[in-house]
Ligand binder design. Structure first.
Ligand SMILES: NC(=O)C1=CN([C@@H]2O[C@H](COP(=O)(O)OP(=O)(O)OC[C@H]3O[C@@H](n4cnc5c(N)ncnc54)[C@H](O)[C@@H]3O)[C@@H](O)[C@H]2O)C=CC1
Ligand SMILES: O=P(O)(O)OC[C@H]1O[C@](O)(CO)[C@@H](O)[C@@H]1O
Length: 384
């Protein structure tokens, strides 16, 4: 069995690649970073170090790497003969891997079992986005290709921080992981991925994950950065920040309970587990990594505006989420292109224009004026 995995970065090596290896797949990493591809090909094993309570080391073998920028044809050939394709490249990069997957499907023997495709990104229905990119590019050829693949959405959860200089191919991760995968697309033949769980309806899982883990993590990062704190664990050691994060997560839990009928007591346990994970002092995770790409994180269906918009529509409280968005607007990292764009927009455009452009909300939406107020407050802080 062979799996081609796009994106040999933190989650690629430290989570998806690890579980595929444990499932018995021969692993072909595909990446565009030449030094990373060379480093992977220079070793025949790497270690995933779990740090924190219960952590252990696991060795991954049976892999190689291809540079898809330099050798796209080699990647296409691997895809044509693979059982599984996964991605962990970031939701905005899916459009760049789509053409290779499309060409791999075109080359694939139509009588072989369908290629099982799963995008493992922090986004709702990322695999559907990938399928739509492939379909759009395929045009009239899509009808012939569609039967050669199945597409399943997934929710992946494991904190994999940026790796220290000199770590090589090894990866430091937290012990916790969760991988929920839609079952229906696979029929009777799901992929063998130990530790993954297959669910009939992914919506409650992905929303619970994105609107709790990712909302909470990003909230910690933005309040931490605003307070001049560098790491996630240190930010949560600040009682004021911890209180703000808990308040934001109580609001998303209230929405999840109302929308999906999730049990409030189980949601409280889930929140407590997550806050413990964030506090893992052995994990060298910075507010800059977790806060990265604030424009993506503040977009319409993401971890802040997504739950807050639905909560506001239902008349549920959103004060703490709006506060967190205010902190996100102050995220000023000159190394992060989206942070630079955001700060420029705040300086150059009026509050209503920024609010509409960043959040995608209609001016008449019940959340709009609330966000516009924190945009205006940030602009006042900037002297605009
Ligand atoms: N790091 C984490 O804790 C988690 C990350 N995720 C998600 O996983 C995805 C990846 O995140 P990380 O691994 O943290 O990022 P990363 O930056 O460590 O890895 C991304 C990799 O994708 C590669 N890449 C970029 N463009 C490519 C292309 N066109 N073809 C092939 N490879 C390409 C990059 O060179 C890099 O090695 C994101 O969607 C993120 O939201 C999800 C859960 C946890
Ligand atoms: O690119 P993003 O969305 O920040 O992804 C990384 C996030 O996902 C998580 O792993 C949670 O699963 C956090 O470590 C981190 O906040």
């Amino acid at each position: 069995m062979k799996a081609v995995h796009f994106g040999a970065g933190n989650i690629g090596r430290g989570f998806v690649g690890l579980l595929l290896h444990q499932g018995g797949y021969e692993l072909v990493f595909s990446d565009v970073a030449a030094p990373l591809v060379d480093a992977i090909n220079a070793v025949d094993r790497y270690t995933v170090h779990e740090v924190g309570e219960g952590g252990r080391d696991t060795v991954v073998t049976g892999f190689r790497a291809l540079n898809s920028a330099e050798h796209p044809d080699a990647v296409i050939e691997e895809i044509a003969g693979a059982n599984v394709v996964t991605t962990a490249v970031g939701p905005t990069v899916l459009k760049f891997v789509a053409p290779l997957i499309m060409s791999g499907l075109a080359l694939r023997d139509p009588s072989s079992p369908p290629l099982q495709i799963m995008a493992c990104e922090n986004a709702i229905n990322a695999t559907d986005l990938l399928r739509d990119e492939i379909k759009e590019r395929a045009g009239d050829a899509w009808d012939a290709l569609a039967g050669r693949a199945v597409f399943a959405n997934t929710a992946v959860d494991r904190i994999v921080p940026a790796q220290p200089e000199g770590a090589g191919v090894d990866v430091t991760v937290e012990p916790f992981f969760e991988w929920a995968i839609e079952r229906p697309p696979f029929g009777d033949d799901p992929p063998t991925i130990p530790g993954a769980h297959f669910v009939d309806d992914l919506a409650p899982y992905i929303e619970r994950k994105l609107f709790t883990v990712n909302t909470g993590h990003a909230t910690t990062a933005y309040f931490g950065a605003r307070a001049g704190i560098d790491t996630i664990a240190a930010a949560l050691a600040d009682d004021d920040i911890a209180g703000r994060v808990s308040a934001a997560l109580e609001e998303t839990s209230a929405l999840l309970a109302a929308k999906h009928g999730l049990d409030p007591a189980s949601l409280a346990d889930y929140r407590a587990t997550i806050l413990r994970r964030f506090r893992n002092a052995a994990l060298p995770d910075t507010v800059w990594r977790v806060g990265r790409q604030p424009l993506r994180k503040l977009s319409r269906h993401e971890r802040f505006v997504g739950p807050a918009a639905e909560a506001a529509e239902r008349g549920l409280p959103v004060d703490a989420l709006v506060d967190a968005m205010g902190a996100a607007l102050a995220f000023d990292d000159t190394e992060d292109a989206q942070s630079v764009d955001l700060q420029r927009m705040l300086r150059e455009q009026d509050a209503a224009t920024v609010t509409a452009a960043v959040t995608g909300l209609e001016p008449q939406h019940p959340l709009f004026a609330r966000v516009e107020a924190v945009v205006a407050a940030r602009q006042a802080e900037l002297g605009v």
